[in-house]
Design a protein around this ligand. Structure first.
Ligand code: WTA
Length: 658
């Protein structure tokens, strides 16, 4: 966590009690906690019945007879897309705006619930006409355009399973995700806008499919960038040419509550991303519940905006499923905060009168650097709730967010959750909780967490430990696609009956939880999860590289940054010396995985610090990368290695910035 040390955190004493007027109109009240405490399962059953439309009502709430494989609302049936669309139209809200979309160049589209429903119906018919059936996997590789939402909901509507791949990922990353899920269809665009120019997407799909060795038979292409694209006859189809040819009407059939809704790949501690599987009824229940209570949603009047890309879980739950299940009006923005000049986000908040805004600490910290004049030049008075997600928010950023963006009025909710948890797990409730900057505070009503020692014993107040979830929850992952053993091993082998989140945490004397970052080899860069092992394998795949070790070093803006230590093969030293090897390796990683994984710094070293059993001691490399004195080196096979590395780094042989 930048700027604020753990000591500072523990002395953070500012408190923000709920404003009485806000509390009087808040959707959440203290009774929510009492209801959940009284009967947790009845609480979830009631939430689900209240928030969703069940084609066939469920009679059983939770089946946990075969842990860790949970079944929620198992005998019920519903259609997720119907819940996000048709029922709002049938309830008379078809004219309500679902999406205020704004493209980066400034083009806009306003899409009502009736229009979105019509678009999804046609798209569902198109998918069926292309041979997509219940349970088939569809890869979606799109920019932040309305078609991304339409594509996801159309897949859900026919009971197929989407696997959305973030548009910033490389062709190789896309290919490995297509292969792992055996996707039959890819939905992409020619390109999208970013920082003033078109970034092409279709060429990455072409490259991913070039050898023909996948199950993909068709590629649907949305025209967005207007850039030239290559065309594979018989495989590629334009979205805008196909849609008018299919039926406009489509009836949403119900599917079982545990029918898979999507796979979303996320980084773990090994080189291979995990396909996290979410199902329908439980996921949508918790998505809708958290979106309503954590953001104090009043769907008739609020304008909500979550700045996440649909390629990440935050985009799945808080751009698509949560807000649409709740009939919310939201802003969807294609581009970056800085285009055409800093302050674009504040301009959008002013323009659309956004009242609820949800973003990541890394963005807030970069706005802090630019100064408060930029947001202060805009009318942000429509805002009434602010949210944060993705990494710990340091108290200074929290206070700045509340003061400068929230005009010193708005509650700020820091929400802790993961791709695996599917929806928010720990957060304050606006209007109810007295807020504490820097702490995610308490588990939501219906959620049970604890902080335990390595041996699984709950730790005392203010003692550090590991965050665990002690009871199954509706939107929990149902597994890792194609790998039930890895699911058990990763999350359930450490403590048996408790879900191991991989985060360090402490609970203070009031019972509030402070997240302390990952305890495994997963990094958090700008709120995005990256695996050290995945970047190391990308580096050693380069012909120059003999060995590589990657660490996440703390960074003022991005939370953590990727720092790599690399040994060049003897046989390639002359070749490496002839080029800018740092630049070469940095762009190699970007090509292999995607630009988000590009190392901030690369250090060429002669040796890596290893234990006698050959394990790389990343902790020592992190000390060096963060400019701290190197810790205990006595377990190293060669204790001089760190001294040599540190000396070399101090000599300024390092690094590169774009
Ligand atoms: C971290 C993103 C502290 C955490 C929704 C978790 C957080 C990982 C917070 C999941 C928060 C997310 N405070 N840390 N409010 N929110 N994290 O899967 O380390 O991309 O394990 O899901 O992000 O990242 P993921």
């Amino acid at each position: 966590m930048p700027s604020d040390t753990i000591d500072n955190l523990l002395h953070e004493s500012r408190r923000f009690p709920p404003d009485p007027e806000f509390a009087a109109n808040a959707v959440a009240g203290p009774d929510l906690y009492e209801d959940a405490r009284r009967d947790r399962l009845a609480f979830w059953a009631n939430q689900s019945r209240e928030l969703l439309h069940w084609h066939k009502p469920f009679t059983r709430t939770l089946d946990w007879s075969n842990p860790p494989f949970a079944k929620w609302f198992n005998d019920g049936e519903l259609n997720v897309a119907y819940n996000c669309l048709d029922r709002h139209v049938l309830a008379g809200n078809g004219d309500r705006v679902a999406l205020h979309w704004e493209g980066e160049p400034g083009d806009t589209r306003t899409i009502t619930y009736a229009e979105l429903t019509a678009d999804v119906k046609r798209a569902a018919n198109l998918l069926t006409s292309l041979g997509i059936r219940e349970g088939d996997r569809v890869a979606i590789y799109l920019p932040m355009i309305p078609e991304a939402v339409v594509a996801m909901l159309a897949v859900a509507r026919i009971g197929a399973i989407h696997s959305v791949v973030f548009g910033g990922f490389s062709a190789e990353s896309l290919r490995s995700r297509i292969d792992d899920a055996n996707a039959k269809l890819v939905i992409t665009a020619d390109g999208g806008y970013r920082k003033g120019s078109v970034f092409p997407l279709k060429p990455a799909v072409d490259a991913a499919l070039a050898d023909g060795g996948t199950d993909v038979r068709k590629v649907l292409v949305v025209r967005r960038g207007g850039n030239d694209v290559d065309w594979v006859e018989g495989r590629d189809l334009w979205w805008h040419e196909e849609l008018p040819q299919v039926d406009a009407d489509h009836e949403a059939k119900p599917f079982a509550a545990e029918h898979p809704l999507y796979i979303l790949y996320t980084s773990g501690t090994t080189g291979k991303p995990k396909g996290i599987v979410h199902t329908s009824g439980g996921y949508l229940t918790q998505a809708a519940y958290t979106h309503k209570y954590v953001f104090d949603l009043h769907p008739e009047t609020d304008v909500y905006w979550c700045s996440a890309d649909v390629g990440w879980v935050t985009g799945h739950t808080y751009v698509v499923y949560g807000p649409l299940a709740n009939g919310a009006t939201q802003v969807l923005y294609e581009g970056t905060p800085e285009y055409p000049k800093p302050g674009r986000w504040w301009e959008l908040i002013e323009k659309y009168r956004v009242s609820i805004f949800y973003t990541a600490p890394t963005a807030i910290r970069s706005f802090m650097k630019q100064g408060r004049q930029i947001p202060q030049g805009r009318d942000l008075s429509s805002l009434r709730v602010l949210g944060s997600v993705g990494e710990p928010i340091n108290p200074e950023a929290w206070i700045w967010y509340r003061e400068v963006i929230g005009g010193n009025r708005t509650p700020v909710v820091d929400t802790w959750w993961q791709t695996e948890t599917g929806a928010i797990m720990i957060s304050a409730l606006p209007g109810v909780t007295t807020l504490k900057p820097g702490s995610a505070q308490v588990p939501l009503p219906g959620i049970s967490v604890d902080v335990v020692s390595d041996a699984g014993v709950p730790v005392g107040a203010d003692e550090g430990g590991l965050l665990v979830i002690t009871e199954p929850w509706p939107s929990m992952l149902r597994g890792i696609w194609g790998d039930p053993e890895r699911y058990q091993e990763t999350y359930w082998s450490k403590f048996g009956d408790k879900y191991f989140a991989g985060d360090g945490a402490r609970r203070d004397k009031d019972g509030d939880i402070w997240l302390m970052g990952r305890v495994d080899d997963v990094m958090n860069v700008s709120g995005h999860r990256l695996s050290t092992a995945e970047i190391e394998s990308a580096l050693v795949a380069h012909p120059f590289v003999a060995e590589a070790a990657v660490v996440g070093a703390s960074d003022e803006t991005t939370g953590q940054a990727v720092v790599a230590f690399v040994i060049i093969k003897r046989s390639h030293r002359d070749q490496a010396a002839a080029v800018d090897v740092n630049a070469e390796l940095r762009s190699h990683v970007a090509r292999q995985i995607g630009a988000i994984a590009r190392p901030r710094d690369i250090y060429i070293v002669e040796e890596l610090p290893k234990t006698r059993s050959g394990k790389i001691m990343r902790r020592l490399l992190r000390d060096t990368a963060e400019g701290r004195p190197v810790g205990d080196t006595t377990t190293l096979a060669d204790t001089t290695v760190m001294a040599i590395i540190t000396e070399k780094l101090a000599g300024g042989v390092a690094s590169s910035e774009d």
